[in-house]
Design a protein around this ligand. Structure first.
Ligand code: ARG
Length: 465
């Protein structure tokens, strides 16, 4: 009881082998077109390169190639115009496009799949899609970094407390803090560029799993599609998704960094800190409390980090039990991957803008500095320079801090007499050491918080961008 190809499209592709149609539930369960249609550009790009190779190798005729190109051009137009009819019956993006091509150009459309399988086709599409996404991400990351550097430059000498254990530790500049963010994202960019290298290899030619009997030219297809080379084992080419896992790992780390920045912004926006203002267009109000201005964007970035971690775990788990070569499990790679791409892309886009909408509130930063004995280490270093062993200096300063706390003042407000009670080595020059500006300027080496060093770091960073 064979079905005619036109009566049931879902049976069209493999009808020969089957004696009854697929149930609707199975159709819905196995279809991926709802989410993989977003790779349609990559799918067509890959098909056209494959067709050019088939024609070059005389596997199909020049007319077939021309028909395929004409049909694909029309399909691009239909999809862009929104008039293309995606059908669940045709399972995925690959079969939907191939079926439409055949409807439009006849036999040439049926010849396109010569020497190819959906297994190497989908692996190629994902790699192309991911490569495009990585390129977008690197551009957005660059925009964020460039705007971050502008802010860091404006605030290169603005004192704020640096924290350890979220307790005031030592004076730093706001610019220095922002340059820590820059370094975090610089490594993120390196990681994505590195993932790109291993992503950018061509699976096509692996066919279903073992290669193909046609005289194909894989290097030609690789060059046409801008791949750096071909995947060198057909089984590996169609089956592994380690590049997607790496992408999610790089994404998880990037989101971890943005989540940490977000946490700081949330704290700094709190009136108890009051270190920064975030432009109103990135904040929201409360439906009940009229006074509220909430840092929703950083909070959401912090929240969305969790889903990206989840995607990494999903993909690792997806791969771990799969024997070579292709298994349908792999169809489940797309939703986590696409969502990771979307989340990272959106987060970067919004952060690139938001960072330009952040203004420092230097007075509050300085107030906070006065409350935490931030120059205590400077006093200890001073005594050490005068010959006191550092451990003894540490103890003497500890006593001085206790005294200042009793009096309710900061260290520089103690009199010379009082300071000398803790060490006779203290001289008049101590008061320059205990100022915030003195403390900052003295950390004057690469990686240190001295404003000159921060400015030098910004110059180096700009040169690298
Ligand atoms: N939609 C499938 C996927 O995403 C395409 C490959 C199907 N291959 C197969 N042998 N059923 O993995």
């Amino acid at each position: 009881m064979s079905q005619s190809p036109s009566s049931s499209p879902s049976q069209y592709t493999w009808a020969g082998r089957f004696s009854e149609p697929m149930s609707d539930l199975v159709k819905r369960y196995t279809a991926s077109v709802d989410f993989d249609k977003r790779m349609w550009r990559q799918d067509i790009r890959g098909s056209l390169a494959h067709a050019r190779m088939l024609a070059k190798q005389s596997i199909i005729s020049a007319e077939d190639l021309a028909d395929i190109q004409r049909g694909m051009a029309q399909i691009v137009g239909e999809i862009e115009a929104g008039s293309f009819e995606w059908s669940l019956d045709l399972e995925d993006v690959h079969l939907n496009i191939e079926k439409r091509l055949t409807t439009l150009v006849g036999d040439a459309g049926k010849r396109l799949h010569t020497g190819r399988s959906r297994n190497d086709q989908v692996a190629t599409d994902i790699r192309l899609y991911l490569r495009d996404s990585i390129d977008d991400i690197l551009v957005l990351l660059g925009q964020f970094q460039s705007n971050l550097l502008d802010l860091a430059e404006r605030e290169a000498a603005t004192p704020m407390p640096g924290f350890t254990h979220l307790q005031v530790a030592q004076p730093i500049t706001f610019g220095h803090h922002l340059m820590a963010w820059f370094e975090m994202t610089r490594r993120d960019a390196e990681r994505f560029a590195d993932v790109r290298k291993r992503t950018n290899r061509l699976p096509l030619g692996a066919a279903a799993l073992a290669g193909t009997t046609y005289p194909i030219d894989r290097e030609f297809v690789a060059a046409e599609l801008g791949f750096d080379g071909v995947c060198e084992n057909s089984l590996d080419a169609v089956s592994d998704r380690d590049f997607a896992i790496e992408f999610c790992a790089a994404s998880a780390l990037l989101m971890m960094h943005f989540s940490r920045m977000s946490e700081e912004l949330v704290l700094w926006m709190n009136p108890r800190f009051g270190f920064v203002k975030i432009a109103d267009r990135f904040c929201t109000g409360s439906s009940i409390m009229p006074q509220k201005k909430n840092p929703d964007v950083p909070e959401l970035a912090r929240g969305k980090t969790g889903r990206v971690y989840g995607h990494l775990t999903s993909l690792l788990t997806l791969m771990k039990g799969q024997p070579l070569a292709y298994n349908k499990d792999n169809q489940e790679d797309k939703e986590p991957l696409f969502d990771a791409v979307d989340t990272v892309t959106d987060t970067l886009r919004i952060y690139a803008e938001m960072i330009s909408g952040i203004t420092a509130r230097p007075d509050n930063m300085r107030d906070a500095l006065r409350q935490g004995f931030a120059t205590a280490t400077d006093l200890a270093d001073y005594l050490t320079r005068k010959g006191l062993p550092f451990r003894d200096a540490h103890e003497a300063v500890g006593l001085a801090v206790r005294r200042a706390e009793e009096l309710g003042v900061d260290l520089p407000q103690l009199s010379l007499d009082e300071l000398q009670q803790f060490s006779s080595l203290v001289g008049e020059d101590i008061f320059t050491v205990l100022t915030v500006e003195g403390s900052l300027a003295s950390r004057n080496h690469i990686g240190g918080t001295a404003p000159d060093q921060v400015r030098a770091a910004i110059v180096r960073a700009r040169a690298r961008l």
